[in-house]
Design a protein around this ligand. Structure first.
Ligand SMILES: O=P(O)(O)OC[C@H]1O[C@H](OP(=O)(O)OP(=O)(O)O)[C@H](O)[C@@H]1O
Ligand code: HPA
Ligand SMILES: [Mg+2]
Length: 175
């Protein structure tokens, strides 16, 4: 059964919007890679789909990594978090590269919020290095490396989920 509930930062609970442009996201991914470059080398990257695919591509380019796998997890339906479902686990070839425990593997996601997704993937690969671009306080203990922390009552709007639109002037009540 899917037990949908919205997180504190969700827009309908008055979450503070934190819009991120493509340009900002690219810069933040590059900043993340500077840190990861000090931690590696890594045998492969594992992107947590779907949001992790975007930073994983940028980090892979910057670290010169060409072996990329996915763990496919579904939980949020827009801003409602339901039960976590693993649609695809780590591929056998990649699990072998990490000695079965994930040693030398880099897991990448766009953000950690409650930490539920991160915890699930960490259980699969306890010795992997887990990186996310953004972190909220509840999820922060789950990640080894991240770039920007935002408050729990913030909702991050990623560039692939948004489009340019007219905003009313601040004087007229825009948030
Ligand atoms: O720390 P948590 O509370 O688990 O939330 C973080 C996860 O939620 C989002 O993914 P989502 O499940 O929305 O799927 P998507 O990446 O396919 O958009 C985000 O990309 C993280 O993977
Ligand atoms: O703040 C967020 N923004 C986008 N997707 C998310 N999934 C969990 N939290 C968030
Ligand atoms: Mg995700």
């Amino acid at each position: 059964m899917v037990n949908n509930h919205s997180e504190p930062g969700a827009p309908e609970r008055g979450g503070k919007p934190f819009p991120v442009s493509w340009d900002q996201f690219h810069r933040d991914c590059r900043a993340l890679t500077w840190r990861l470059n000090e931690v590696g080398p890594f045998h492969a990257i594992i992107a947590i789909t779907r949001g992790g695919l975007v930073p994983a591509a940028i980090v892979a380019r910057e670290l010169g990594l060409r072996v990329i796998d996915t763990v496919c997890v579904a939980s949020y339906d827009h801003d409602q978090q339901g039960e976590l479902r693993v649609l695809k686990g780590v591929s056998a070839d990649i699990a072998k590269l990490g000695g079965g425990t994930g040693k030398g593997l880099l897991i990448v996601d766009d953000l950690v919020d409650t930490g539920k997704t991160g915890r699930l993937v960490r259980e699969m690969l306890p010795d992997a290095h887990f990186a996310a671009v953004y972190a909220k306080p509840q999820g922060r203990p789950l990640v080894d490396t991240f770039i920007t922390e935002v408050s729990q009552d913030t909702w991050i709007h990623f560039p692939w989920d948004t489009a340019l639109s007219f905003q009313p002037p601040i004087r007229d009540g825009a948030g």
